[in-house]
Design a protein around this ligand. Structure first.
Ligand SMILES: [Zn+2]
Ligand SMILES: [Zn+2]
Length: 306
């Protein structure tokens, strides 16, 4: 059902530099029609158009770290949104240097931007709540990389109970009481009889969670934070034959991503942030599936339901 939609759109899943096979890191989380961007590598705005995502529904962008392959697309996107006549504030969440880097460029090139760009700084070393609205919470996941880096945990808030329509008819419950019932209230009939909530509702759908972890060295400290998530995106830049290079550059192999997924008991793993040197990512998938069978490869245009 459209109202309950919670999915992640993969715009790019390559690392370091754009190639004809992969664009750079960027994703859009769609929760009930509200769009949240994670990272904004070069060309993200083009892929955004290709995937027919709505620019007007995008109000929040989360940047994991200030490496070019995760943020070089941000400036172009901000400029484009201005040309499209955007009026609403755009909120950008990044480590404190994010504003230092981007503000001077905006001041130089975008003097007549018709909307405000609001930066929100977070501490990438902390597991903290950095955003919430009526339906969603976003928390940081401290990662280990060459520069300060955080992943993001998207967590739906507790949902309402489901009304049993036959019981509403049976007790002739007025419409104005429905929201109270969905929130757990009992119903008192006009003659004073209390009908317990359990008779009138079905349990709520459990809230879902999505974790984005890129870029990072193998790091067991994230396991308790992402424990049991419905979908985990974990970087897998290299395969095991390049374990040395993986360590030097502070990335993970596909096998390590799968080990984290298994230890954290997640439901599904998406592998991404592929090195341009890997010609066939099925090598990564095979490595991961030996440890964690429910693994898939990210690809540009892939949409995964959470
Ligand atoms: Zn990267
Ligand atoms: Zn990086």
């Amino acid at each position: 059902m459209q109202m309950e939609k919670f999915e992640v759109n993969i715009l790019g899943c390559g690392s370091a530099l754009p190639t004809t096979r992969h664009l750079l890191s960027s994703q859009v989380v769609n929760l009930r029609g509200k769009l949240f961007m994670i990272d904004c590598g070069e060309a993200a705005q083009l892929q955004y158009r290709t995937m027919k995502l709505s620019f007007s529904r995008l109000n929040h962008i989360f940047i994991s770290h200030l490496h070019g392959d995760h943020c070089f697309g941000l400036f172009g996107l901000i400029s484009t949104l201005g040309m499209l006549g955007r009026r609403d504030d755009l909120h950008i969440f990044a480590q404190p240097d994010g504003e230092k880097v981007f503000r001077p460029m905006l001041d130089y090139f975008c003097t007549d931007l018709p909307y405000q760009v609001v930066f929100h700084a977070f501490d990438p070393q902390k597991n903290a709540l950095i955003f919430e609205d009526r339906t969603l919470k976003v928390l940081t996941i401290p990662l280990k990389h060459r520069v300060p880096t955080a992943g993001f945990l998207f967590e739906e808030k507790e949902k309402n109970l489901h009304i049993v329509p036959e019981m509403i008819d049976f007790y002739q419950i007025p419409f104005c009481q429905i929201n109270a019932l969905k929130a757990g209230a009992d119903f008192v009939t006009p003659d004073g009889q209390t009908i317990p909530n359990e008779r009138l509702t079905h349990p709520a759908t459990p809230p879902k969670r999505y974790a984005y972890c890129s870029d990072t060295l193998y790091n067991e400290k994230i396991i308790p934070i992402i424990e049991g998530v419905d979908v985990l995106y974990h970087e897998s830049t290299f395969c095991e034959s390049r374990a040395e290079r993986t360590k030097q550059t502070m990335h993970s192999t596909a096998r390590q991503a799968a080990e984290i997924a298994r230890a954290a008991n997640v439901k599904k793993l998406i592998l991404g942030h592929f090195s341009a040197r890997i010609k066939d990512e099925n090598v990564l998938l095979t490595e991961a599936c030996e440890i964690f069978p429910n693994s898939v490869l990210a690809s540009e245009g892939l949409v995964v339901e959470i």
